[in-house]
Design a protein around this ligand. Sequence first.
Ligand SMILES: [Zn+2]
Length: 301
Amino acid sequence: METVFDDRMSFGAEDLQAATGKFKTRYAFFHTMTIGRSVLGRPLTLYLLGQGPYKALYVGGVHALEYITSMLLVRFTDRLCASAQEKELLHGLDAATFLKSNALAILPMLNPDGIEIHLHGAQTAGAASKTVQRLSGGDTSYWQSNARGVDLNHNFNAGFRLLKQQEAEHGINGPGPGKFGGYNPESEPETRALCNLCRRIPFEKTIAFHSQGEELYWNYGSKTPLSAHHMAVLLGESAGYAVKTPTGMAAHGGFKDWFIQTFGRPGFTVEVGKGRNPLPPEQCPAIYQKLEPMMVLGLQI
Ligand SMILES: [Zn+2]
C-alpha cells in the first residue's frame, strides 16, 4: 500500500490534512475531532482510534523545528490502522482485537502555525507576519514558538512562577522564536485546547514527542505516580532510548509536567532521534523503525 506521505519531504499543516483525508477513506474506524484552533485559525486535529478506555494520548508537533514528530505519529497511525484492518500483529499487538475494547488518541501537530513559519517563512503567518518577521530577525529557520512567539511547551501551568524566574535570569522577557512561556499559563489557544481535552477525557497516560536525543523523561514533582519510573524503563528499553531523571534545576511549564501535576497519572516526554534540530525528514524511516516498539508498548503498559 502506498505510504500516506513522502518521507523525504518536509511535513507541514497541509501535508497533515492530506494524510488525514487518506486515513478517512482508508480506515473505517479512524475518526477525527477538532479540539480547537491555532492562533491563525488552523484546526487542531485529534485522531481517535478504537473504542473503550483511552490507554494513552500521544502528542507531537509541539515545537516547530521538531515537525518530524508529526511525521512519526502519522506513520504510526497508518501502521496501527493497517495492522488492525489486515488482522496482522504489530510488535506482538493484535491491533484489531485491541482497538475493539481500547482506544488511543493522537494529536500529531499541536503547533501548525509554528511549523508553517519554520518551513515556509514569516509570510505564512497572516496577520502575525510582521511580528514574526521582527521577532525572528528575518530568519525563521530556528523558529520553535507559535505565531505569537510563545513556546507552547513552556505555557502549561506547572511551576509557572519558577519558569518566569528562570526566563528572567536568561534575559527572556517577551515573545520570541523560542523559550518564552507567555505572560500567563494557558494563554495560547493551542495550550488551552490540549488542556481542555485532557480535562474532558481521562487518558491513562500521555507521551509527548520532541526531538532530539534518544531519551525519555518521566517525572515532575510529588504527584509523579510510583509506577512511572518502571514504565519509563520498559519504554526506554523497547527503543534503546536512555531514561533521564533530571536533578538540580528542573524544567517547568511543559505539557508532561502539567499532566503529571494535574492528574497524578504517568506523563512522558520522548526526545526522538539524534542529531541537530531540525532533524532531516529523510531520517524519519530509521527513527520510526526504532521507535515503533515504544509506541506499541505505550498502549500495553
Ligand atoms: Zn521540543
